[in-house]
Design a protein around this ligand. Structure first.
Ligand code: NAD
Length: 469
């Protein structure tokens, strides 16, 4: 699997129904994905159930060594994996995109392997000796989105395997090939049946989240689907980690330096062409520096090339699918119709192939505008003017999701004070969206519940057990 053609050949179905997967930048056929059914899912779960006890019995040390070998296998296939990811998802090879995502897969695998998880002695007073341990859950179902398909799959798979579980993955129907290829590479080092992929639509997803053989669902995707999974998992009382949608606010205080922060603001909002859960989606800027921030941000945005991912010069790509293109176009049109000022973009060319929406900055927009209140999940950033700190904090908190947020100021004490008042799972200061394998990550409000990464992330893939005596 060390060439692109060999990797693609490995995952091309040899029998059964298939579906063409198209490159969102060109419309060209990338490859064929299998069309799996609920019966295929049942077979995958049965295989996982059969394999899991022996994997759990290996113990942490052996599983850690295996995860490190899995990371080595991904490193060896990194360039073909990045190429397939670029062609299928649309994100460029270069910049914080496809190669970066494959690199994150191995970084997370190695960090997850390296994280210690000891039994905790809770009480040891001479009369009582109580310890807290974490047992494997059994089979974990992993349902993922199309924006960072490989990295998010690893976020779900790595802690599950480390804790002694088997995993059945259901990738997004938009990006199945990336996940099939990643898992094929990982499976070079894993026992057969322990980690499998079922490529189906939401019917297969719904069966997975109600399946009696599955003990936990790790879900990353939209809030609407998260709610459906809560309902369908209720009868089997599944454990859930839900990483759902966001509408992250960034607040730029009056003492920030517009030129110094412009590039950080840009990548906070436009990483993966805006198709990122914890991207900066609403930018609130103090009136004193509003115009300067608009000017500096526009200057940075104008230098960032967008185009076909395989072209090394590009750092921004297309929207991954037509439905997402239409959401972004609708929201920008609503903003323009309201009289908001277009600083950049907002004018997609409809006579080129691919779902390209130009980098768009919209100023002087009302906080109630749909481009502010809804998750755009694309390259269009509304910039809202504020004068009063209490008012802007209320506006930042005035949505029913709370994944991330950011505060921008050289005065760290002041910035931390503001951060503590934001209703979000993570608040960054002078940055936005950076994640780290040792720092817990999860949402507040309707952005979901449960934590990923670090020791908290490992604990979430185990069943706590107290041994008392
Ligand atoms: P989506 O909810 O449409 O789909 C996600 C997955 O759920 C897909 O695999 C889909 O097939 C499956 N699915 C759909 N209906 C289902 C059902 N009833 N039961 C079980 N599975 C079902 O999300 P998407 O459009 O792929 O991703 C974009 C969304 O994901 C955005 O809202 C974004 O903010 C969010 N997201 C969140 C995070 C995070 O960490 N919080 C990360 C990435 C993306």
């Amino acid at each position: 699997m060390d060439t692109y053609d060999a990797l693609l050949e490995t995952i091309t179905p040899k029998s059964g129904p298939t579906r063409e997967i198209l490159d969102p930048a060109t419309g060209a056929v990338v490859g064929l994905a299998p069309v799996h059914t609920v019966d295929d899912l049942d077979r995958a779960v049965a295989g996982a159930v059969a394999t899991q006890p022996a994997w759990a019995a290996r113990g942490h040390a052996e599983r850690i060594a295996t995860l490190n070998r899995v990371a080595d296998a991904i490193d060896a296939a990194a360039e073909p994996l990045a190429e397939l990811l670029s062609r299928e998802q649309g994100k460029p090879l270069n910049g914080p995109n496809a190669r970066f995502e494959v690199g994150a897969c191995t970084a997370w695998l190695r960090a997850t392997a390296a994280t210690p998880l000891e039994a905790e002695v809770i009480v040891d007073d001479g009369q009582t000796h109580a310890e807290l341990h974490y047992r494997p859950i059994g089979v974990v179902g992993a349902i993922g989105p199309w924006n960072w398909p490989m990295m998010i799959a690893v976020w779900q798979i790595a802690p599950a395997l480390r804790m002694g579980n088997a995993v059945v993955v259901k990738p997004s129907e938009y990006t199945p090939l990336s996940v099939l290829a990643l898992v094929a590479v990982m499976n070079q080092e894993l026992p057969a049946g322990l980690l499998s992929v079922v490529c189906g639509d939401r019917e297969v997803g719904a069966r997975l989240s109600s399946h009696p053989g599955i003990g936990k669902v790790m879900f990353t995707g939209s809030t609407a689907t998260g709610k459906a999974i809560i309902k369908s998992s209720a009868d089997t009382v599944k454990r859930l980690t839900l990483e759902l949608g966001g509408n992250d606010a960034g607040i730029v205080l009056s003492d920030a330096d517009p030129k110094a922060i412009a590039e950080g603001l840009f990548w906070g909002a436009f990483i993966n062409t805006g198709q990122t859960c914890a991207a900066l989606k609403r930018l609130y800027v103090h009136d004193d520096i509003y115009d300067a921030v608009c000017t500096e941000l526009t200057a940075v945005a104008e230098t960032m090339p967008m185009g076909v991912g395989m072209d090394e010069k590009n750092v921004l790509g297309p929207l991954q699918n037509k439905a997402q293109f239409d959401i972004v176009a609708r929201l920008v049109d609503a903003a323009k119709d309201s009289g908001a000022r277009v600083l950049l973009g907002g004018n997609p060319s409809l006579d080129q192939p691919g779902y390209f929406y130009p980098t768009t900055l919209i100023a002087d927009i009302d906080n109630a505008n749909p481009l502010v209140m809804e998750e755009q999940f694309g390259p269009a950033l509304p910039i809202i003017r504020f004068t009063d700190l209490d008012d802007v904090i209320a506006q930042a908190n005035g949505v029913d999701v709370g994944l991330g947020g950011s505060v921008w100021s050289p005065d760290l004490a002041k910035a931390r004070e503001v951060a503590a008042r934001l209703e979000a799972g993570t608040v960054w200061i002078n940055g936005h969206g950076g994640v780290h394998p040792m720092i817990p990550f999860g949402g507040a409000k309707q952005s979901g519940y449960g934590l990923e990464f670090g020791v908290e992330g490992l604990k979430a893939l185990g069943v706590p057990q107290v041994i008392n005596g």
